[in-house]
Ligand binder design. Structure first.
Ligand SMILES: Nc1ncnc2c1ncn2[C@@H]1O[C@H](COP(=O)(O)OP(=O)(O)O)[C@@H](O)[C@H]1O
Ligand SMILES: [Mg+2]
Length: 248
C-alpha cells in the first residue's frame, strides 16, 4: 500500500518536472542575428527584456548594438537608436563599412536615429515623461538601443520604466565611467542580461572577448569567447577562449 503511494508520488513529481521544462522552452526569444551569439543564449534575448552591454571605450558596444538592430530590420522589424555620443553623419559612415546602410533603412521607415545633445536631455528631464516612449509606440518599434545609458541614467528611470510594448531594449554602458565596476546606478535598472566586452592585450596585439555575465531564464554559455570585428560586423567564436582575459 505504502509502496503504491510512493510510486504515485514519484510519478506526479516527474510530471511537474516535465511541465516546468516545457514552460521554460516557451520563453519567446528575440534573435540578435549577431554571428554565433544566439546559440550561446538559447536563441537570443528574451522578448520584452532589458539587456545591458558593458565595456570600455572602443570595445565594440556600438557595433554590437547596431548589428542587433540591423538584424531585426532585415526581418522587417522597426528599430530605434538613441544616442548622446555618436554624431549622425560619422556614425552612418562608420556603420556603412559593415554594409549597413542606415540611411536606406531610414528611407524604408524601419529606422529612427535620435541624437540628443546635453541641452536636449535637460529639456526632456524638465518636461518629464514619455518623449522616447511615444516615439516607440507611435512607430511600432520593437528593437531599441540606448547608447549609452551612462548619458541617459537620469532620463531612463522616468522614460522606460513604464515601458509595456513587447520591446527588446539594448543598453550600452561605458565601463570606465563606473571605474571598472558595475555600480549601484547600473544595478538599479535591473537588466535581464549583462554582456561584457573586453579588448585585452596579449603578446604583441590585443584580442577581443565576450562573456555573458547574466541572462535571466537562460542556460547561457559560461565560457569566455573570442570575437573579431570583420567586414560583416562582429563574429563570435563559439569555442571557449584559450586565453580568457583574467587567466593571465
Ligand atoms: N570597419 C571596421 N573594421 C574593423 N574594426 C573596426 C571597424 N570599425 C571599427 N572597428 C573597431 O571597433 C572599434 C569601435 O567600436 P565601437 O562599437 O564604436 O566601440 P564602443 O562603442 O564600445 O566605444 C574601433 O576602435 C575599431 O577597433
Ligand atoms: Mg560607442
Amino acid at each position: 500500500m505504502k509502496k503504491k503511494k510512493e510510486a504515485r508520488k514519484k510519478r506526479r513529481r516527474a510530471v511537474t518536472h516535465t511541465k516546468r521544462k516545457r514552460a521554460k522552452k516557451n520563453i519567446e526569444r528575440v534573435p540578435t542575428y549577431i554571428h554565433n551569439f544566439d546559440s550561446l543564449v538559447e536563441g537570443g534575448f528574451e522578448k520584452n527584456s532589458t539587456n545591458l552591454i558593458v565595456g570600455g571605450s572602443g570595445n565594440g558596444k556600438s557595433i554590437f548594438a547596431t548589428q542587433f538592430l540591423v538584424g531585426g530590420m532585415d526581418k522587417g522589424e522597426k528599430a530605434l537608436y538613441v544616442t548622446f555620443e555618436e554624431k549622425k553623419d560619422a556614425f552612418y559612415a562608420n556603420m556603412k563599412e559593415f554594409g549597413w546602410n542606415l540611411e536606406e533603412y531610414e528611407k524604408k521607415d524601419l529606422f529612427i536615429f535620435l541624437e540628443y545633445t546635453p541641452g536636449k536631455v535637460r529639456t526632456m528631464l524638465e518636461e518629464g515623461g514619455g518623449a522616447i516612449e511615444s516615439v516607440i509606440l507611435k512607430n511600432k518599434i520593437s528593437r531599441v538601443v540606448i547608447d549609452s545609458i551612462t548619458s541617459f541614467a537620469l532620463l531612463f528611470k522616468d522614460e522606460l520604466s513604464k515601458r509595456e510594448a513587447a520591446l527588446s531594449l539594448l543598453l550600452t554602458l561605458e565601463e570606465d565611467a563606473v571605474a571598472g565596476k558595475l555600480g549601484p546606478q547600473t544595478l538599479q535598472f535591473e537588466s535581464d542580461s549583462i554582456i561584457m566586452l573586453y579588448y585585452e592585450p596579449r603578446k604583441k596585439e590585443r584580442e577581443r572577448y565576450l562573456e555573458i555575465l547574466k541572462m535571466r531564464g537562460t542556460k547561457h554559455s559560461e565560457n569566455v569567447h573570442r570575437f573579431t570585428i570583420e567586414k560583416k560586423g562582429i563574429v563570435i567564436d563559439k569555442r571557449p577562449a584559450a586565453y580568457p582575459p583574467y587567466l593571465r
